[in-house]
Design a protein. Structure first.
Length: 258
């Protein structure tokens, strides 16, 4: 929950910063209007439109990208469950005496994979769990190859080993998918544009006698919430938005192995 707290503090900072900058912009706008009533707004519409257009585009792209990666990560959990289940079923092609030990290692392997992701956001503990799963992965492969040589080679080699290879490959795919994020400069640019937009919005409200708090607070709250949700979706195992529910397919797979 530490990450959720940090993301929340960042969103709160964006909210407070935008409210303050809107007030600063409003006062600057009032001074400009007092000095030059006719020319104070000349030519600023195009600049405002460009900045707010870029801000909207960046919000849309970052949110869309985060949501897309979120869906990919959920789909990869299902693909891993399918790959492990297929390999587990194909243990039937091995000699009967070789199957119990491998089936036990499969159960321990699935448990290690689940445990590794459950320990997030404790990165060190998660890496330890992944390392334990990798060791079991190597043991499963070695024993399966040895048992395939002792069995009738053709069905064991053609059916079991490719399934095991797919089971191993999906772990690398999941690890890389979890590490794929936009460069930090994208998020920095999003926050900077939000603050710049607040300053320009405040300047645009300089012509009013009273502050429009509903607009000032509403604009700041909407942008702060957008930033928070984008960050939370981008790192789904660290914040409030989680993909843990989809891990149920691996839990059910482990239960079916008993």
């Amino acid at each position: 929950m530490l990450y959720a707290l940090l993301a929340g503090l960042l969103a709160l900072g964006v909210f407070i910063g935008m409210v303050i900058l809107q007030e600063i912009g409003r006062r600057v706008g009032q001074r400009r209007l007092a000095r030059d009533l006719e020319g104070a707004r000349a030519g600023v519409g195009a600049i405002d439109g460009a900045v707010f257009g870029l801000l909207g585009l960046l919000v849309a792209f970052t949110f869309s990208g985060a949501a897309s990666r979120f869906d990919v990560r959920r789909q990869l959990v299902v693909e891993e469950a399918n790959a492990i289940g297929t390999a587990y079923l194909r243990l039937d092609v091995l000699p009967h005496e070789a199957q119990p030990a491998l089936r036990d290692k499969f159960r321990r392997y699935v448990e290690a994979r689940l445990d590794a992701y459950r320990k997030l956001p404790d990165i060190a503990a998660a890496k330890e769990g992944l390392a334990r799963a990798a060791v079991l992965q190597g043991e499963i492969w070695g024993e399966a190859v040895a048992a395939s040589r002792a069995a009738s080679p053709q069905p064991a080699t053609m059916l079991l080993l490719p399934a095991l290879n797919a089971m191993i490959d999906i772990t690398t795919t999941r690890t890389m998918a979890a590490q794929m994020h936009p460069p930090a400069v994208i998020f920095a640019m999003l926050i900077l544009l939000a603050l710049t937009g607040a300053l320009l919005a405040g300047a645009g409200m300089g012509g009013g006698k009273d502050r429009s708090w509903i607009h000032m607070v509403g604009f700041a709250a909407a942008m702060a919430l957008a930033v928070y949700v984008i960050l939370d979706i981008e790192f789904p195992r660290l914040g409030l938005i989680r993909v843990d529910a989809i891990d149920q397919v691996l839990v059910e797979l482990r239960e079916s192995m008993k």
